[in-house]
Design a protein around this ligand. Structure first.
Ligand code: NAP
Length: 307
């Protein structure tokens, strides 16, 4: 992380402008930085939340070209932005340019939202918590004491596996195409949480047995995402057992072919829309200090998905 620098500090209060009658009207600018960002549902969700709460503000997509992340992040402070989300491919790289991280961002080693407070750039991660809230509220599932199979070992899998470990899951098996990455993530879960964890490859006998043991299976790879909607060819539908909750973090299409296979075997299923909505709601609350209107944000995301 970079040292704090002597910079002209701009607080968001200073972004207030005077109305004709002399009263102050805050102009709040939020946004999302990534490359590309055109597909993001976040502007629709956050603009709906701002409107619903009657806040003067706007949430914009900021496409940050490769090589310009440092300048873009400096711009948050220089321009007095209220906060930004960070998405692919910058969630890890952005840590180099921040002054402070919340414990969740420290745990996960990635940031999906930034706030500028008193001139200090703070990084937070709501992906794991958003997943957990969806799991609890929509799935009625408490991870404590449970066995979980996580498919994939990328950024989303890391947030999910670590938060599940922190929530006292008993055992987490990470299965990944590149086996070493699964083993690395499992080692991280063992080191940083009380959960037992193991890393395995895909398509192995181990995967069948991990699926059979699991109370919860979380699919975190992009396999099955629009426009390539085929189910993973490395997971056999007969490995699902009916009392397993199956969660696919993809939300385009709804449901994915993977979830359709699970449902056909009698499993309860959840798609990634809840995680998306709750990570956004948690970020909105972190920026504003207000209760986020999660249902309004969900409706906005659904409208956008439908269009
Ligand atoms: P990432 O860091 O690039 O990781 C991708 C993971 O998927 C890696 O483990 C990779 O394995 C694996 N993978 C990729 N293609 C594969 C294939 N053909 N067969 C098997 N495994 C494959 O991506 P991420 O940020 O974790 O995002 C993953 C997915 O989650 C994306 O679809 C994203 O849209 C979605 N997502 C949803 C939410 C939500 O709120 N619902 C939030 C974040 C992400 P290797 O290690 O072998 O390359």
């Amino acid at each position: 992380m970079r040292q704090e620098r002597e910079l002209p500090v701009k607080k968001f209060d200073e972004a207030a402008s005077k109305k004709a009658d002399g009263s102050e009207e805050k102009v709040r600018v939020l946004g999302i930085m990534g490359y590309p960002v055109g597909h993001s549902l976040s502007p629709a969700m956050h603009n709906a939340a701002l409107r619903h709460l009657g806040l003067k503000g706007v949430y914009l997509p900021f496409e940050v070209l490769p090589g310009y992340l440092e300048e873009a992040v400096a711009g948050i402070r220089a321009l007095g932005l209220w906060g930004v989300n960070v998405t692919i491919p910058y969630k890890e790289k952005v840590l180099d340019y921040l002054d402070w991280l919340t414990p969740q961002a420290e745990l996960i080693g990635a940031v999906n939202c930034i706030a500028c407070r008193e001139g200090r750039l703070e990084g937070h991660n709501t992906d794991g918590e958003g997943f957990l809230r969806s799991l609890r509220e929509e799935g009625g599932f408490d991870p404590e004491g449970k066995e979980v199979l996580v498919l994939g070992a990328g950024g989303a899998a890391r947030a999910i596996a670590l938060v599940l470990g922190q929530s006292r899951a008993q055992k987490i098996v990470v299965a990944n195409r590149t086996r070493e990455k699964a083993e690395e993530l499992a080692a991280q879960v063992r080191r940083r949480t009380a959960a037992d964890a193991a890393g395995i490859g895909l398509g192995s006998q181990e995967l069948a047995s991990a699926a059979f043991q699991a109370d919860l299976i979380v699919q975190t790879t992009p396999v099955g995402m629009y426009p390539h909607e085929e189910p993973p060819d490395w997971f056999k539908p007969e490995w699902f057992k009916a009392d397993t909750l199956v969660y696919d973090i993809i939300y385009r299409p709804r449901p994915t072919a993977f979830l359709r296979q699970a449902a056909a075997r009698g499993c309860r299923t959840l798609d990634g829309l809840g995680m998306l909505v709750f990570q956004g709601a948690l970020a909105f609350s972190w920026w504003t200090g207000l209760d986020a209107p999660a249902e309004v944000m969900r409706e906005a995301a659904l409208r956008e998905l439908g269009s």
